[in-house]
Write a protein that binds this ligand. Structure first.
Ligand code: SF4
Length: 443
Protein backbone atom coordinates (compact mmCIF):
# COMPACT_ATOMS: atom_id res chain seq x y z
CA UNK A 1 0.00 0.00 0.00
CA UNK A 2 1.38 3.42 -0.89
CA UNK A 3 1.10 6.03 1.82
CA UNK A 4 0.51 9.59 0.71
CA UNK A 5 2.24 12.04 3.00
CA UNK A 6 -0.18 14.60 4.38
CA UNK A 7 1.21 18.15 4.60
CA UNK A 8 2.78 18.76 7.99
CA UNK A 9 1.04 21.37 10.14
CA UNK A 10 3.42 24.30 10.58
CA UNK A 11 4.03 26.36 13.69
CA UNK A 12 5.90 29.66 13.87
CA UNK A 13 7.59 30.74 17.08
CA UNK A 14 8.60 34.23 18.15
CA UNK A 15 10.97 34.24 21.14
CA UNK A 16 11.37 37.48 23.09
CA UNK A 17 13.34 38.26 26.21
CA UNK A 18 16.33 36.78 27.90
CA UNK A 19 18.33 33.58 27.27
CA UNK A 20 16.18 31.89 29.88
CA UNK A 21 13.12 32.47 27.71
CA UNK A 22 15.08 31.18 24.73
CA UNK A 23 15.60 27.89 26.56
CA UNK A 24 11.83 27.64 27.08
CA UNK A 25 11.32 28.23 23.36
CA UNK A 26 13.83 25.51 22.55
CA UNK A 27 11.93 23.06 24.71
CA UNK A 28 8.66 23.92 23.00
CA UNK A 29 10.28 23.55 19.58
CA UNK A 30 11.70 20.17 20.59
CA UNK A 31 8.24 19.00 21.66
CA UNK A 32 6.65 20.29 18.48
CA UNK A 33 9.18 18.51 16.29
CA UNK A 34 8.89 15.32 18.36
CA UNK A 35 5.17 15.30 17.65
CA UNK A 36 5.70 15.81 13.92
CA UNK A 37 4.87 19.51 13.57
CA UNK A 38 7.03 21.47 11.14
CA UNK A 39 8.44 24.88 11.93
CA UNK A 40 7.82 27.96 9.87
CA UNK A 41 10.28 30.82 9.62
CA UNK A 42 7.59 33.37 8.72
CA UNK A 43 4.05 34.24 9.69
CA UNK A 44 2.53 33.48 6.30
CA UNK A 45 3.84 29.94 6.11
CA UNK A 46 2.61 29.08 9.61
CA UNK A 47 -0.75 27.58 10.52
CA UNK A 48 -0.38 29.01 14.00
CA UNK A 49 2.14 31.21 15.84
CA UNK A 50 3.43 30.88 19.41
CA UNK A 51 4.73 34.10 20.96
CA UNK A 52 7.04 33.54 23.95
CA UNK A 53 6.88 36.83 25.84
CA UNK A 54 8.97 38.73 28.36
CA UNK A 55 7.30 40.65 31.19
CA UNK A 56 10.21 41.90 33.25
CA UNK A 57 10.25 45.61 32.47
CA UNK A 58 7.49 47.82 31.17
CA UNK A 59 9.44 48.27 27.93
CA UNK A 60 9.65 44.46 27.52
CA UNK A 61 5.94 44.16 28.21
CA UNK A 62 5.19 46.74 25.53
CA UNK A 63 7.46 44.91 23.11
CA UNK A 64 5.68 41.62 23.91
CA UNK A 65 2.23 43.13 23.39
CA UNK A 66 3.41 44.63 20.12
CA UNK A 67 4.80 41.28 18.94
CA UNK A 68 1.48 39.58 19.78
CA UNK A 69 -0.38 42.27 17.79
CA UNK A 70 1.96 41.83 14.84
CA UNK A 71 1.50 38.04 14.85
CA UNK A 72 -2.30 38.39 15.05
CA UNK A 73 -2.33 40.83 12.17
CA UNK A 74 -0.06 38.71 9.99
CA UNK A 75 -1.33 35.25 10.88
CA UNK A 76 -4.48 35.45 13.02
CA UNK A 77 -3.90 32.30 15.11
CA UNK A 78 -1.73 33.12 18.12
CA UNK A 79 -0.89 31.31 21.36
CA UNK A 80 0.94 33.35 24.00
CA UNK A 81 3.33 31.92 26.58
CA UNK A 82 6.24 33.15 28.75
CA UNK A 83 6.55 35.67 31.55
CA UNK A 84 3.86 38.06 30.40
CA UNK A 85 1.59 35.02 30.09
CA UNK A 86 1.46 35.04 33.91
CA UNK A 87 -0.82 38.06 33.49
CA UNK A 88 -3.50 36.82 31.08
CA UNK A 89 -5.79 39.82 31.74
CA UNK A 90 -3.21 42.23 30.35
CA UNK A 91 -2.87 40.19 27.16
CA UNK A 92 -6.55 39.44 26.68
CA UNK A 93 -7.46 43.08 27.22
CA UNK A 94 -4.99 44.24 24.57
CA UNK A 95 -5.60 41.33 22.18
CA UNK A 96 -8.95 39.62 22.79
CA UNK A 97 -8.49 37.32 19.80
CA UNK A 98 -5.50 35.33 21.15
CA UNK A 99 -6.30 31.62 21.14
CA UNK A 100 -4.71 30.80 24.49
CA UNK A 101 -2.45 32.31 27.15
CA UNK A 102 -0.07 30.19 29.23
CA UNK A 103 2.53 31.26 31.79
CA UNK A 104 6.31 30.74 31.88
CA UNK A 105 7.62 27.18 31.45
CA UNK A 106 4.14 25.70 31.08
CA UNK A 107 5.20 23.44 28.23
CA UNK A 108 2.31 21.01 28.68
CA UNK A 109 -0.27 23.79 28.52
CA UNK A 110 1.37 25.23 25.41
CA UNK A 111 1.23 21.83 23.73
CA UNK A 112 -2.42 21.35 24.82
CA UNK A 113 -3.29 24.68 23.22
CA UNK A 114 -1.43 23.73 20.03
CA UNK A 115 -3.31 20.37 19.89
CA UNK A 116 -6.64 22.15 20.36
CA UNK A 117 -6.10 24.61 17.55
CA UNK A 118 -3.94 22.62 15.15
CA UNK A 119 -4.55 18.91 14.80
CA UNK A 120 -1.36 16.94 15.39
CA UNK A 121 0.07 15.12 12.36
CA UNK A 122 -1.15 11.56 11.81
CA UNK A 123 2.18 9.86 12.43
CA UNK A 124 4.06 11.37 15.33
CA UNK A 125 7.14 9.26 14.67
CA UNK A 126 8.00 10.58 11.23
CA UNK A 127 10.27 13.29 12.64
CA UNK A 128 12.99 12.05 14.88
CA UNK A 129 14.44 14.49 17.32
CA UNK A 130 18.15 14.33 17.99
CA UNK A 131 19.15 13.23 21.51
CA UNK A 132 20.09 16.73 22.53
CA UNK A 133 16.81 18.33 21.48
CA UNK A 134 16.63 21.22 19.07
CA UNK A 135 18.41 24.43 19.84
CA UNK A 136 17.64 27.89 18.59
CA UNK A 137 21.21 28.96 19.36
CA UNK A 138 24.01 27.98 16.97
CA UNK A 139 25.06 24.37 17.28
CA UNK A 140 28.35 25.03 19.04
CA UNK A 141 26.98 26.68 22.15
CA UNK A 142 23.90 25.97 24.21
CA UNK A 143 22.14 27.36 27.23
CA UNK A 144 21.66 24.91 30.06
CA UNK A 145 18.84 25.83 32.41
CA UNK A 146 19.33 24.39 35.89
CA UNK A 147 16.35 25.79 37.77
CA UNK A 148 13.28 27.97 37.58
CA UNK A 149 12.16 30.74 39.90
CA UNK A 150 13.99 32.55 42.69
CA UNK A 151 13.87 32.71 46.50
CA UNK A 152 15.30 36.24 46.66
CA UNK A 153 13.05 39.25 46.76
CA UNK A 154 15.03 42.07 45.14
CA UNK A 155 12.71 45.03 45.41
CA UNK A 156 12.94 46.02 41.72
CA UNK A 157 12.26 42.53 40.40
CA UNK A 158 8.95 40.86 39.66
CA UNK A 159 10.43 37.56 38.51
CA UNK A 160 9.59 35.72 41.76
CA UNK A 161 6.01 36.97 41.39
CA UNK A 162 5.92 35.73 37.79
CA UNK A 163 7.93 32.55 38.10
CA UNK A 164 7.56 31.60 41.75
CA UNK A 165 10.16 30.29 44.20
CA UNK A 166 13.26 28.33 43.27
CA UNK A 167 12.66 24.89 41.73
CA UNK A 168 15.93 23.11 40.92
CA UNK A 169 16.18 20.43 38.27
CA UNK A 170 17.69 17.17 39.60
CA UNK A 171 21.45 17.30 39.09
CA UNK A 172 21.64 13.98 37.21
CA UNK A 173 19.08 15.28 34.70
CA UNK A 174 21.06 18.48 34.16
CA UNK A 175 24.35 16.61 33.75
CA UNK A 176 22.76 14.10 31.36
CA UNK A 177 21.34 16.92 29.25
CA UNK A 178 24.75 18.62 29.22
CA UNK A 179 26.44 15.40 28.16
CA UNK A 180 23.94 14.92 25.31
CA UNK A 181 24.55 18.47 24.16
CA UNK A 182 28.30 17.84 24.13
CA UNK A 183 27.80 14.59 22.19
CA UNK A 184 25.73 16.56 19.68
CA UNK A 185 28.66 18.93 19.04
CA UNK A 186 28.20 21.68 21.63
CA UNK A 187 31.56 23.17 22.65
CA UNK A 188 30.37 25.77 25.12
CA UNK A 189 27.72 25.44 27.81
CA UNK A 190 26.10 28.54 29.28
CA UNK A 191 24.60 27.74 32.66
CA UNK A 192 21.53 29.86 33.35
CA UNK A 193 18.77 30.22 35.93
CA UNK A 194 17.44 33.15 37.95
CA UNK A 195 19.96 32.45 40.71
CA UNK A 196 22.61 29.90 39.75
CA UNK A 197 24.47 29.83 43.05
CA UNK A 198 21.26 28.93 44.96
CA UNK A 199 20.96 25.75 42.94
CA UNK A 200 19.66 22.86 45.06
CA UNK A 201 18.62 24.91 48.09
CA UNK A 202 14.95 23.99 47.55
CA UNK A 203 15.68 20.23 47.48
CA UNK A 204 18.07 20.46 50.45
CA UNK A 205 21.00 19.62 48.13
CA UNK A 206 19.57 16.15 47.52
CA UNK A 207 22.26 13.70 46.38
CA UNK A 208 21.90 11.81 43.09
CA UNK A 209 24.06 9.37 41.20
CA UNK A 210 25.41 10.22 37.78
CA UNK A 211 27.81 7.87 36.00
CA UNK A 212 28.34 5.88 39.21
CA UNK A 213 29.39 8.95 41.14
CA UNK A 214 27.55 10.78 43.89
CA UNK A 215 26.65 14.38 43.16
CA UNK A 216 24.73 16.65 45.50
CA UNK A 217 22.26 19.01 43.86
CA UNK A 218 24.42 22.05 44.52
CA UNK A 219 26.43 24.66 42.65
CA UNK A 220 29.85 23.17 43.43
CA UNK A 221 28.92 19.61 42.40
CA UNK A 222 27.24 20.93 39.28
CA UNK A 223 30.45 22.74 38.36
CA UNK A 224 32.44 19.57 39.08
CA UNK A 225 30.16 17.45 36.86
CA UNK A 226 30.09 19.95 34.01
CA UNK A 227 33.85 20.43 34.31
CA UNK A 228 34.30 16.73 33.57
CA UNK A 229 32.76 17.14 30.10
CA UNK A 230 35.78 18.91 28.63
CA UNK A 231 34.00 21.89 27.06
CA UNK A 232 33.87 25.57 27.95
CA UNK A 233 31.39 26.12 30.77
CA UNK A 234 30.23 29.59 31.75
CA UNK A 235 28.37 30.37 34.93
CA UNK A 236 25.73 33.05 34.46
CA UNK A 237 23.46 34.83 36.96
CA UNK A 238 25.53 33.94 39.99
CA UNK A 239 24.24 35.70 43.11
CA UNK A 240 27.28 36.69 45.21
CA UNK A 241 26.90 34.16 48.07
CA UNK A 242 30.12 33.28 49.94
CA UNK A 243 30.12 29.70 48.60
CA UNK A 244 30.77 31.02 45.08
CA UNK A 245 34.42 31.12 46.23
CA UNK A 246 34.44 27.31 46.12
CA UNK A 247 34.37 27.09 42.34
CA UNK A 248 37.41 29.32 41.90
CA UNK A 249 39.78 26.32 42.35
CA UNK A 250 37.88 24.55 39.52
CA UNK A 251 38.63 27.54 37.33
CA UNK A 252 42.28 27.49 38.40
CA UNK A 253 42.41 23.83 37.32
CA UNK A 254 40.90 24.70 33.94
CA UNK A 255 37.70 22.68 34.49
CA UNK A 256 35.35 25.68 34.44
CA UNK A 257 35.80 28.70 32.16
CA UNK A 258 37.33 31.62 34.12
CA UNK A 259 34.26 33.79 33.72
CA UNK A 260 31.69 34.81 36.29
CA UNK A 261 28.50 36.65 35.52
CA UNK A 262 27.44 38.19 38.83
CA UNK A 263 24.68 40.79 38.66
CA UNK A 264 25.88 43.07 41.49
CA UNK A 265 23.24 45.71 40.61
CA UNK A 266 24.93 48.39 42.75
CA UNK A 267 27.78 49.00 45.19
CA UNK A 268 26.53 51.62 47.66
CA UNK A 269 25.19 50.05 50.86
CA UNK A 270 22.04 52.25 51.17
CA UNK A 271 21.02 51.45 47.58
CA UNK A 272 21.74 47.73 48.01
CA UNK A 273 19.65 47.73 51.17
CA UNK A 274 16.78 49.44 49.36
CA UNK A 275 17.16 46.83 46.64
CA UNK A 276 17.03 44.12 49.35
CA UNK A 277 20.37 42.72 48.27
CA UNK A 278 23.55 41.88 50.29
CA UNK A 279 25.23 45.16 51.26
CA UNK A 280 28.74 44.20 52.51
CA UNK A 281 30.67 45.71 49.64
CA UNK A 282 34.11 45.78 51.31
CA UNK A 283 33.95 41.99 51.60
CA UNK A 284 33.06 41.77 47.91
CA UNK A 285 36.18 43.71 46.90
CA UNK A 286 38.32 41.49 49.09
CA UNK A 287 36.79 38.35 47.60
CA UNK A 288 37.26 39.58 44.04
CA UNK A 289 40.92 40.34 44.81
CA UNK A 290 41.34 36.79 46.11
CA UNK A 291 39.64 35.29 43.05
CA UNK A 292 41.94 37.25 40.75
CA UNK A 293 44.99 36.21 42.75
CA UNK A 294 44.08 32.54 42.20
CA UNK A 295 42.76 32.92 38.63
CA UNK A 296 44.54 35.90 37.06
CA UNK A 297 42.65 35.71 33.75
CA UNK A 298 39.22 35.66 35.43
CA UNK A 299 36.68 37.84 33.60
CA UNK A 300 33.82 39.28 35.62
CA UNK A 301 30.62 40.37 33.92
CA UNK A 302 27.93 42.17 35.82
CA UNK A 303 24.80 44.23 35.47
CA UNK A 304 23.98 47.41 37.34
CA UNK A 305 21.03 49.71 37.79
CA UNK A 306 21.57 53.46 37.94
CA UNK A 307 18.99 55.95 39.16
CA UNK A 308 17.42 53.53 41.66
CA UNK A 309 14.99 55.35 44.00
CA UNK A 310 16.98 57.15 46.70
CA UNK A 311 20.34 56.90 44.85
CA UNK A 312 22.35 60.00 45.71
CA UNK A 313 25.31 61.47 43.84
CA UNK A 314 27.52 60.03 46.59
CA UNK A 315 25.99 56.54 46.14
CA UNK A 316 26.55 56.81 42.41
CA UNK A 317 30.20 57.77 42.89
CA UNK A 318 30.66 54.75 45.17
CA UNK A 319 29.36 52.65 42.29
CA UNK A 320 31.86 54.19 39.85
CA UNK A 321 34.71 53.59 42.31
CA UNK A 322 33.61 49.98 42.67
CA UNK A 323 33.68 49.40 38.90
CA UNK A 324 37.20 50.83 38.76
CA UNK A 325 38.52 49.05 41.84
CA UNK A 326 36.91 45.65 41.18
CA UNK A 327 37.82 46.03 37.49
CA UNK A 328 34.46 44.76 36.33
CA UNK A 329 35.48 43.61 32.87
CA UNK A 330 32.10 43.61 31.20
CA UNK A 331 29.01 45.41 32.45
CA UNK A 332 25.50 46.05 31.37
CA UNK A 333 23.92 49.17 32.82
CA UNK A 334 20.21 49.86 33.02
CA UNK A 335 18.48 53.05 33.94
CA UNK A 336 16.01 52.24 36.70
CA UNK A 337 12.62 51.68 35.17
CA UNK A 338 9.55 51.71 37.34
CA UNK A 339 7.66 48.45 37.09
CA UNK A 340 4.26 49.10 38.61
CA UNK A 341 4.02 45.77 40.46
CA UNK A 342 7.59 45.87 41.85
CA UNK A 343 8.05 46.82 45.53
CA UNK A 344 10.57 49.51 44.55
CA UNK A 345 7.78 51.46 42.84
CA UNK A 346 6.62 52.61 46.30
CA UNK A 347 10.07 53.71 47.50
CA UNK A 348 10.68 57.41 48.16
CA UNK A 349 13.21 59.51 46.26
CA UNK A 350 12.58 58.57 42.63
CA UNK A 351 15.40 59.99 40.51
CA UNK A 352 14.51 62.38 37.64
CA UNK A 353 14.96 60.96 34.14
CA UNK A 354 17.64 63.49 33.14
CA UNK A 355 19.74 62.53 36.18
CA UNK A 356 19.36 58.83 35.32
CA UNK A 357 20.42 59.59 31.76
CA UNK A 358 23.47 61.56 32.92
CA UNK A 359 24.53 58.80 35.34
CA UNK A 360 24.09 56.15 32.69
CA UNK A 361 26.46 58.01 30.36
CA UNK A 362 29.03 58.52 33.10
CA UNK A 363 28.79 54.86 34.07
CA UNK A 364 29.32 53.74 30.46
CA UNK A 365 32.35 55.99 30.13
CA UNK A 366 34.05 54.52 33.21
CA UNK A 367 33.10 51.02 32.10
CA UNK A 368 34.60 51.63 28.65
CA UNK A 369 37.87 52.70 30.34
CA UNK A 370 37.99 49.54 32.47
CA UNK A 371 37.02 47.27 29.61
CA UNK A 372 39.44 49.04 27.24
CA UNK A 373 42.32 48.60 29.70
CA UNK A 374 41.66 44.88 29.85
CA UNK A 375 41.42 44.67 26.06
CA UNK A 376 44.75 46.52 25.60
CA UNK A 377 46.42 44.18 28.10
CA UNK A 378 45.53 41.27 25.81
CA UNK A 379 47.64 42.64 22.92
CA UNK A 380 50.56 40.30 22.26
CA UNK A 381 49.01 37.34 24.09
CA UNK A 382 48.21 34.03 22.46
CA UNK A 383 44.99 32.43 23.63
CA UNK A 384 42.25 29.98 22.76
CA UNK A 385 39.34 31.44 20.85
CA UNK A 386 36.09 29.81 19.72
CA UNK A 387 34.90 30.50 16.18
CA UNK A 388 31.31 31.77 15.93
CA UNK A 389 31.13 32.35 12.17
CA UNK A 390 31.87 34.82 9.39
CA UNK A 391 31.44 38.55 9.95
CA UNK A 392 29.85 40.83 7.39
CA UNK A 393 33.25 41.85 6.11
CA UNK A 394 35.03 39.62 3.61
CA UNK A 395 37.41 37.10 5.03
CA UNK A 396 37.00 38.18 8.65
CA UNK A 397 35.72 35.69 11.16
CA UNK A 398 33.95 36.41 14.42
CA UNK A 399 35.29 34.53 17.41
CA UNK A 400 35.40 34.90 21.18
CA UNK A 401 37.93 34.40 23.97
CA UNK A 402 37.05 32.66 27.21
CA UNK A 403 36.36 36.12 28.64
CA UNK A 404 33.43 36.75 26.30
CA UNK A 405 30.00 35.16 26.34
CA UNK A 406 27.98 35.12 23.13
CA UNK A 407 25.64 38.05 22.41
CA UNK A 408 26.47 40.11 25.49
CA UNK A 409 30.25 40.57 25.50
CA UNK A 410 32.99 41.54 23.05
CA UNK A 411 34.26 39.55 20.06
CA UNK A 412 37.54 38.73 18.36
CA UNK A 413 37.87 39.71 14.69
CA UNK A 414 40.03 36.98 13.22
CA UNK A 415 41.79 37.29 9.88
CA UNK A 416 44.10 34.93 8.02
CA UNK A 417 42.36 31.76 9.13
CA UNK A 418 41.01 29.29 6.66
CA UNK A 419 39.69 25.81 7.11
CA UNK A 420 37.99 26.68 10.36
CA UNK A 421 34.33 26.12 11.17
CA UNK A 422 31.96 27.48 13.82
CA UNK A 423 32.70 25.79 17.12
CA UNK A 424 36.38 25.19 16.36
CA UNK A 425 38.68 26.32 19.16
CA UNK A 426 42.04 27.55 17.87
CA UNK A 427 45.07 29.41 19.24
CA UNK A 428 45.19 33.03 18.14
CA UNK A 429 47.57 35.93 18.61
CA UNK A 430 45.91 39.17 19.65
CA UNK A 431 47.50 42.08 17.76
CA UNK A 432 45.11 44.95 18.39
CA UNK A 433 42.17 46.01 20.54
CA UNK A 434 39.54 48.68 20.91
CA UNK A 435 37.41 49.27 23.99
CA UNK A 436 35.47 46.02 23.78
CA UNK A 437 36.78 43.91 20.89
CA UNK A 438 40.04 42.25 19.91
CA UNK A 439 41.76 41.71 16.56
CA UNK A 440 43.74 38.53 15.99
CA UNK A 441 45.43 36.17 13.56
CA UNK A 442 46.03 32.45 14.04
CA UNK A 443 48.93 32.09 16.45
S1 SF4 B 1 18.02 37.39 42.35
FE1 SF4 B 1 17.47 38.00 40.25
S2 SF4 B 1 15.54 36.91 39.80
FE2 SF4 B 1 15.87 36.77 42.01
S3 SF4 B 1 14.67 38.49 42.82
FE3 SF4 B 1 16.79 39.24 42.55
S4 SF4 B 1 16.87 40.14 40.48
FE4 SF4 B 1 14.99 38.90 40.64
Amino acid sequence: MTQIASPQPKVGIVSLGCPKALVDSERIVTRLRAEGYALSGDYNGADLVIVNTCGFLDSARDESLEAIGEAIEANGKVIVTGCLGAEPDVIEKAHPSVLAVTGPHQYEQVMDAVHTHLTPPHNPHTDLVPDAGLKLTPRHYAYLKISEGCNNRCSFCIIPKLRGDLVSRPIHHVLTEAEQLVKAGVKELLVISQDTSAYGLDVKYEPQVWKDERYETRFLDLARGLGSLGVWTRMHYVYPYPHVDQIIPLMAEGLITPYLDIPFQHAAAPVLRAMKRPAKQDKVLERIANWRRDVPDLAIRSTFIVGFPGETEEDFNILLDFIREAKIDRAGCFKYENVASADSADLPGHVPEDVKEDRWHRFMQVQAEVSGARAKAQIGTVQDIIIDGPSDEDGTLIARTKADAPDVDGVVYLTGADQVAPGDIIRAKIHDADEYDLFATPG
